[in-house]
Write a protein that binds this ligand. Structure first.
Ligand code: XMP
Length: 528
């Protein structure tokens, strides 16, 4: 395991990801963690960047004992400055904040070789800088292993111990050799084995689930048809079979035929014990006349909890009946499955500043508080791409594993006006044509998210000899790494032409199609 100590940089989670991409397990902890509180022995430690300056009164500092552990240490940006601050170097403000690309020139040693951290990466590489401070004097016993035009101490190594510091950010994709540098550190210098794979994870996780659930007792969990909940459900099924009950709530604002498709896939193809509850009337009646998006979200969230609780109570009542009857009982409902992923966990544990208290999770809200369920979160160590890899290994269909995200409040936040059955129907048909054509064109996997938005405006059109007065659709497709920023997708015009013509020909009520060419920022991905 690699331990990443987080000083609050916006890139800290990416360091964790890059290590995992080398099949090395890495865990992020706040920089203020005391060594005695770490319950594993790391093979290496990475100190992250930070928005702070090491000299500020309140700036965060690592437990100095890490430097005596004898395990390799790599400081990135603030991490390098933290090493200097602790070991007798000097850090000062840059004349100009450096933000953007720079060329790192590796130091050549006597026999023409470069340091092990850069071995095989050539003489020079493009790196991404983002800092306001930099080293003005290296600590004693360190030597320079790389420099840039503006940073003479861009990369340092200790003369005899495995301690390294780099001013640039290897974890961002703007540093093309960055992932390789992290690989050199964790594989060559720390000697980590590449044993973090989903093949190994499945076996271990199934065993862990069996152990914590014990021989009796049931688990319930909601599925949405998305990747995370499907993978979590299938994993539970593999571990405890029919003692796991999946519940899908049809909220009336799902995509075309989605509830049926999920039912077929989970129940028939994957063998998961699933109940689909059609609560569309209840949801749509509560949404009647509501236009405010936050109000829509709140109604859908609360109604979901009501419906899910009612279904859970039925499962519990049936379990109680069964228990009365005899010995073969599978036990009462004891656990609630949550598809929490590692980014949510990171969000709650990462360093937020010297005085910030650690945020707790409340995905569950008030869910099932009367039933006093314990939480089980089999995906909480995984990033999204790891969940997808796991899904493939669990024989979940490729189409689902690669699916774009779909928001919990569904089509309700893509119908800009009030939500009615008729408006939902129009948007479902449009969405279906749009996604079908994107798939046919082979573009689905190049797009992070594509969807249609139904506008509450009518426009004039003409059909045959008839004048029409119908609604407008906006199509949106974006490319994005993490949805924090996004670019609109540049479709070939022939595809847009075909999609537009199919929509206006096949969907009654729409006579005009527009394409959204806004990036995030300043726009968001969704319209509401
Ligand atoms: P925005 O619109 O904030 O979207 O740029 C970023 C990502 O978040 C998704 N999103 C939601 N997901 N419930 C969800 O489960 C919501 O209320 C919600 N709002 C936005 C959006 O689809 C995109 O992937």
């Amino acid at each position: 395991t690699i331990l990443i100590l987080d000083f609050g940089s916006q890139y800290s989670h990416l360091i964790t990801r890059r290590c995992r991409e080398h099949n090395v397990y890495a865990e992020l902890m706040p920089c203020t963690t005391k060594l005695q509180d770490i319950n594993f022995k790391p093979k290496g430690i990475i100190l992250s960047g930070s928005p702070y300056s090491v000299y500020e009164k309140d700036s965060p500092h690592v437990d100095p004992a890490v430097f005596d552990l004898g395990v390799p240490i790599l400081g990135i940006c603030y991490g390098l400055q933290e090493i200097a601050w602790n070991l007798g170097g000097e850090v000062s403000k840059c004349d100009h904040r450096e933000y953007g690309p720079a060329d790192l020139v590796m130091t050549k040693f006597g026999n023409g070789s470069v340091d092990a951290l850069f071995n095989g990466l050539g003489d020079e590489t493009r790196v991404w800088m983002s800092h306001g401070d930099q080293l003005s004097k290296p600590p004693p016993d360190f030597h320079v292993i790389g420099h840039t035009n503006s940073a003479p101490y861009a990369a340092l190594a200790h003369n005899s111990k495995p301690i390294y510091g780099i001013q640039f950010h290897p974890e961002v994709t703007h540093s093309p050799s960055g992932k390789a540098v992290i690989g050199k550190f964790i594989l060559d210098i720390c000697g980590c084995r590449r044993n973090w794979t989903m093949e190994e994870f499945i076996g271990k996780e199934i065993a862990r689930i069996r152990e914590i659930c014990g021989p009796k007792g049931r688990v319930i969990g909601a599925v949405s048809g998305g990747v995370d909940s499907t993978v979590a459900a299938k994993l539970m099924h593999e571990a405890i079979g029919d003692r796991f009950h999946a519940i899908m709530v049809d909220n009336g604002v799902l995509r075309l035929n989605e509830a049926e498709q999920v039912n077929i896939m989970l129940n028939k193809d994957l063998g998961v014990n699933l109940t689909v509850v059609d609560a569309s009337d209840l949801f749509l009646s509560r949404l009647e006349g509501v236009e405010d998006p936050e109000q829509k979200r709140k109604i859908i969230g609360n109604t979901f909890i009501n419906v899910f609780e009612a279904e859970a109570a039925k499962i519990e009542a049936a379990a109680e009946e069964e228990e009365k009857k005899g010995a073969e009982a599978k036990g009462r409902v004891e656990w609630l499955l949550q598809g929490t992923l590692y980014p949510d966990v990171i969000e709650s544990i990462s360093f937020k500043g010297p005085s910030a208290t650690i945020k707790t999770h409340h995905n569950v809200g008030g869910l099932l508080k009367d039933m006093k369920l314990k939480l089980i979160e089999p995906l909480r160590e995984l990033f999204k791409d790891e969940v997808r890899a796991l899904g493939r290994l669990l024989s979940i269909p490729a189409q689902l594993v690669g699916r774009h995200p779909f928001p919990g409040p569904g089509l309700a936040i893509r119908i800009l006006g009030p939500v009615t059955r008729e408006q939902v129907r129009i948007l479902q048909l449009v969405d279906n044509i749009y996604i079908e054509e994107i798939r046919k064109a082979g573009l689905y996997d190049q797009i992070a998210q594509a969807f249609a938005v139904l506008l509450p405006v009518k426009a004039v059109g003409v059909m045959g000899d008839q004048r029409t007065y119908e609604q407008v659709i906006a199509l949106r497709a974006v490319q994005s790494e993490d949805f924090m920023t996004a670019d609109w997708f540049d479709f070939p015009t022939a595809i847009l032409r075909r999609i537009s013509s199919r929509i206006t020909n096949e969907v009654a009520g729409i006579n005009r199609v527009t394409y959204d060419i806004s990036s995030k920022p300043p726009a968001t991905v969704e319209w509401l």
